[in-house]
Design a protein around this ligand. Structure first.
Ligand SMILES: Nc1nc2c(ncn2[C@@H]2O[C@H](COP(=O)(O)OP(=O)(O)O)[C@@H](O)[C@H]2O)c(=O)[nH]1
Ligand SMILES: Nc1ccn([C@@H]2O[C@H](COP(=O)(O)OP(=O)(O)O)[C@@H](O)[C@H]2O)c(=O)n1
Length: 226
């Protein structure tokens, strides 16, 4: 059996985590787990953790570490037989430490995108809340303006995506993410990509994963034949 592959993608809001995770899921067969989508599913289903998480998200706060880890780690345990990419978790050092105790990561992708680009993207971001599908009026517009391609339901914009809210969110991201990035740098698994366009970053991520996944699989095969 080939070795399972574990990846995390980090970056500020609007940096393309969801967009790139979907491409990785399609090209490399990894399961994409978005902590934001998973939180929204729990809120919609009124689970205990969902009800608790909602009180923080409504106040635009980060959900506390113990709630996030209690929610996410069991979900990851259900995926022990799959390769996955995790998007939006860990956000804090405590979450990263809890994740390290649960599994070993192969690659961490960190997206470094200029502020002006983030502002522009989020201004044009439209979301289908039920599925988490994300559109952008310039980059990947829906076939019909304001309407989800698959369900035909209306698209919405997040309050938080307003340019006024972004600077504070970005500052907060940088403060909280810095120790997480330092941890992964020290473990030698951090790969940072800086550009204004997902299409220019993608070939680099794709070739990184091609190398990593192929190398891991051939060493796992060698181990199983020895
Ligand atoms: N113009 C433009 N928009 C992009 C690009 N990459 C992603 N987007 C859009 O930017 C927004 C933010 O991307 P998303 O993947 O949701 O970022 P996340 O918040 O990090 O998960 C979405 O509306 C995407 O469709 C790009 O290269 N150019
Ligand atoms: N690890 C996480 C992930 C999401 N969240 C919360 O869930 C919200 C939505 O997450 P998201 O990943 O879809 O959104 P962004 O803030 O990245 O745009 C965040 O704004 C946080 O309030 C959190 O507290 N901790």
């Amino acid at each position: 059996m080939s070795k399972l592959f574990r990846a995390v993608i980090m970056g500020p809001p609007g940096s393309g985590k969801g967009t790139i995770s979907e491409r990785i899921a399609q090209s490399f067969g990894l399961q994409h787990l978005s902590s934001g989508d998973f939180l929204r599913e729990n809120i919609a289903a009124n689970t205990e953790a969902g009800v608790l998480a909602k009180t923080y998200i409504e106040k635009r706060l980060l959900v506390p570490d113990h709630v996030m880890t209690r929610l996410l780690l069991p979900r990851l345990e259900e995926m022990t037989r799959h390769s996955w990419i995790l998007d939006g978790f860990p956000r804090t050092l405590a979450q990263a430490e809890a994740l390290s105790r649960a599994c070993e990561l192969d690659v961490v992708i960190s997206l470094n995108i200029p502020l002006e680009t983030l502002k522009e993207r989020l201004r044009h971001r439209w979301i289908h809340p039920a599925s988490g599908r994300v559109y952008n009026l310039c980059f990947n517009p829906p076939r019909m303006q304001g309407v989800d391609d698959i369900s035909g339901e209306p698209l919405i914009q997040h309050e938080d995506d307003r340019p006024e809210a972004l600077v504070a969110r970005l500052r907060h991201y940088k403060d909280v993410a810095k120790p997480v990035i330092d941890l992964y740098k020290a473990k030698n698994i951090l790969h940072t990509f800086s550009d204004t366009d997902t299409d220019r970053i993608w070939p680099h991520i794709s070739s990184l994963l091609n190398t990593k996944i192929r190398t891991d699989q051939s060493s796992a095969q060698r181990a199983s034949t020895n």
